[in-house]
Design a binder for this molecule. Sequence first.
Ligand code: 13P
Ligand code: SF4
Length: 352
Amino acid sequence: AASDPDLVARARAAKEKLGDRVFILGHHYQRDEVIEFADVTGDSFKLARDAAARPEAEYIVFCGVHFMAESADILTSERQQVVLPDLAAGCSMADMATAEQVAECWDVLTDAGVADVTVPVSYMNSSADIKAFTGKHGGTICTSSNAKRALEWAFEQGQKVLFLPDQHLGRNTAVLEMGFALEDCVLYNPHKPNGGLTAEQLRDAKMILWRGHCSVHGRFNLDSVNEVRERIPGVNVLVHPECRHEVVTAADQVGSTEYIIKALDAAEPGSKWAIGTELNLVRRLAKAHPDKEVVFLDRTVCFCSTMNRIDLPHLVWALESLAEGRVPNVITVDAETEKYAKAALDRMLALP
Ligand code: 13P
Ligand code: SF4
């Protein structure tokens, strides 16, 4: 649907009034009506890198979810304020690992005698607290575009990895990109005593995967892949590594949102693609490539509801507030958390 012209005009006017004082970042899963106003778009890695690109901007309006805005606050200067247009834009995966649960997990690893040889690797999709835990214990953050490099680095530092909070990215990267066996991975369930694991299992494992997942990507299954291959002969199945292992194994290619965009840009005219990621992005790709057939991998999977909370009315409200001198929905990370979380994020940004 076309955006309300009145709201578009108001967003434009407020943005113009703010000029260089505001820098708008937009994740690839954002609505078209929001992406239209982004100064920079990207996957979570690119946005983490780009957040600090405009030190002169007083305000960073983050069109994405809470953990991304926290990371932007950590990576930008004290003077810059990060605004999340709707505070309810969280991430169900990030919420699956709380600071208390992760501290308890580390106690379990300590009791099993493996904490000393374990390096935490946390997916960007985690709270600042989890990033701080990671930094404190000598680990790194990773995103879906550098998970392999992060794991390679981690296995140079220790013998095991505690991978938080997305089991699928952890398993897919370890098994499909690093040559580990499925049996090298164990699943730590924070809702069970000792994670549901014995000390022996923890000692034998190379990858200790946190039992978290993305509720959007988790809905694709093997039937989605089989059905689309039957429906569209010759189709290339391209999925995000947050998908289940059997989906990624059955796909032709796997990669982050930025990878997916580049793959489509490089694809031959006339080629056919079934994309397994969030719907806003897939629809935009289909529109941007009328010379290719671009379909959604499974029609029952839809938008990320929290990403979608950032809509044009919220963006207009945030921009107009700023233009009027009020700073709404500021995301701040306390100094102690920031120090350790930044250590883990800097480690990621320094990966070769
Ligand atoms: P990327 O931006 O790393 O592709 O991750 C997708 C995602 O789920 C963000 O929430
Ligand atoms: Fe979280 Fe999944 Fe939404 Fe990304 S797509 S913000 S991982 S729920």
